[in-house]
Design a protein around this ligand. Sequence first.
Ligand SMILES: Cc1cc2nc3c(=O)[nH]c(=O)nc-3n(C[C@H](O)[C@H](O)[C@H](O)COP(=O)(O)O)c2cc1C
Length: 731
Amino acid sequence: MTISIWRYSHLALAVSSFLLLTLASVTGILLAFEPIAKKTQPYRVDGVEQLTLAQSLPVLQKRYPEITEISVDAHQFVLLKGSDASGETVEAYVNPKTGEILGTPQKQSEFFLWVTDLHRSLFLKGMGRFFVGLTAFLLLLITISGTILIIQRQRGIKRFFTSIVKDSFAQYYHVVLGRLSLIPIFILALTGTYLSLERFELIKSEQVSTQVDFDAIKTGPAKPLAEMAVFQDISMAEVESIEFPFSEDPEDYFTLQLKDREVAVNQITGDILSEVRYPTTQKLTTLSLDLHTGRTSIVWAIILLVASGNILFFIYSGFAITFKRRANRIKNKYPAKEARFILLVGSENGSTFHFAQAVYRQLLKQGKKPFLAELNQYTTYPKAEHILVFTATYGLGDAPTNAKKFATLVQSVPQAQPVQFSVVGFGSKAYPDFCQFAFEVHQALSQQPWATALVDVHTVNDRSPQEFSLWAEAWSSQAGLPLMVLPELRQVPAQKLETFTVTATTAQQHEEGTFLVRLKPAKRLKVTSGDLLAVYPENDHRERLYSVGLVDNALQVSVRLHPNGLGSGFLHRLTPGQTLQAKLVPNPHFHFPKKAPAVVMIANGTGIGPFLGMIGQNSPKTAIHLYCGFRSSASFSTYQGYLEEQQSAQRLTYLQVAFSREGAKQYVSDLIDRDATFIANMLSTGGVLMICGSLAMQKDVTALLETICQTKLGQSLSHYQSRGQLLTDCY
Ligand SMILES: Cc1cc2nc3c(=O)[nH]c(=O)nc-3n(C[C@H](O)[C@H](O)[C@H](O)COP(=O)(O)O)c2cc1C
């Protein structure tokens, strides 16, 4: 059964009952004050549990010679009816130990009577009682479906009470308070349902009473009350009422209604004349009343009060969650078959839609034809040029409900024309499988012959606008479309830029146009190899990002000159001593891992840039294995001397180079294939793989890694990826 069935049931039940549930909760809150108010009245005497009837009745009889009835209510107030020594009628709460009068019963408050009537029957008698009973039953089902939802959310019963990641206010407290008040609400609902069933005689609760054989009644030997065994065995707390004999005739006897039975007692000898146990249904009715009203315990009454208040909060927060989800319903301006930009969303609670919609609006503004749909609605898009996937991850790294079918669909529904795609994962690092589903989608699309990744998969932790804007930057520069998704973040205020001086450059030294530029910031900046340097070649909104390595205390970028390249041309023209304005963008998802036992670095071309810095800084001597690919030994020569130095200083353990246009004409993926067993061992022992370079290389290498993981480790690559064992930064 999928989570959505439970969620829809939970919602449908809540929607169908929320009006009556609100009424029942508000009146329930008011009614909870009745037992609380009663309990504070001074008619209760401590120690009633230990006080036997043999101790109490003689004292009471001495003070009140004519007692007709004693009753003990749910609050353990002892009410005595009869007359005192002077013949005055008494109807009062007494101290059962001394007979002292504690107070007289007051008429039940009109207000509470009114509220009780509203709570029980909506002032509509039988019909109202039916609806109230139905509401209690629906509440029971809501509690059950809610419990199942929490179990699914927490990934199992055992983790039911483990901490909850804070998503939105309404979501978080709906779950947190739901867990806390689950039991009292379940009891309220169950007892309410039971009482209604009993009221409509669907559960039969027959009244039973004692049958006395008058012929067998003995007239002696007489015993004082205090010595009658039956009274010695019964405590005052067990009593509901005691009917006293009408006269001194042996045929008149005591009738004791206790919590679980009725007993008739010979007033002269103390013999038990008859005893009947109440049927289970009757006991359950009493228990249900006790539990539903809180009349027996002030603590329980307070718990019920809080639980009723929580029901009101659940109604509010449940609707808040639902409205947020429904706000994301999709209205497309163009049909799917006309659209060039297909935006597919995987979202459980709706927040991912906001990001996708921002992109959708931007594309519309620019006169493009976008189409927004859920991942499950994936189909053929005859005019599509771009597919953009925005997806959250749920459960154990699983797809959100509206994306569960995508993996199958994408295999069976190919696009007829080449399409460039990009995947943005939304997730939270609080979960072990960070953005796993996004990695799976990226992987699934990469394997389609018609699909080419335009940019590397990007992840967004806790809906960070900054991280999202990093994707927007990368995608818009590759797609050649300015994407003002987050204008406030995209503005580049001049004061935020830092000044950097060019200390060295190898521009124009190599035929391929790959060169290194070293920069020194004017002031000390916090930077780690793998962070990005953002440059603004034309001093406008156009930003170009380069991965930096920290080499010899300078920032080094490794750049390939593109014909007419805006950023690469700008960097290529720089000469030593020149200054430029740029900024550093933290890129923590591509930092050298702090705890890995070993790291495998895979690069092609300029992708080696950040690795040069990481290797140079590898003072703890973590085993680093570098696999890199170049066109020729000439293009490798830029880095060769430096890498050999690192090897002799034991900062680099293993170096493997593939040349695609020389000698064996190998690609870096051929080297990985050759060392597949070693790579599998690395992953299984907690090693980390880092890939930097072209997206085409990344596609080949990850396809290969997928096969290695499946065949040698029995896991998918995304399993390791979501656990931070595969870090990629490709372009
Ligand atoms: C019950 C639950 C489970 C989640 N599991 C994961 C997970 O395994 N991995 C992850 O990266 N994020 C996980 N998340 C975080 C969500 O993916 C993240 O909050 C996302 O931004 C939600 O997007 P949405 O509102 O569009 O559904 C989980 C969130 C919830 C509430």
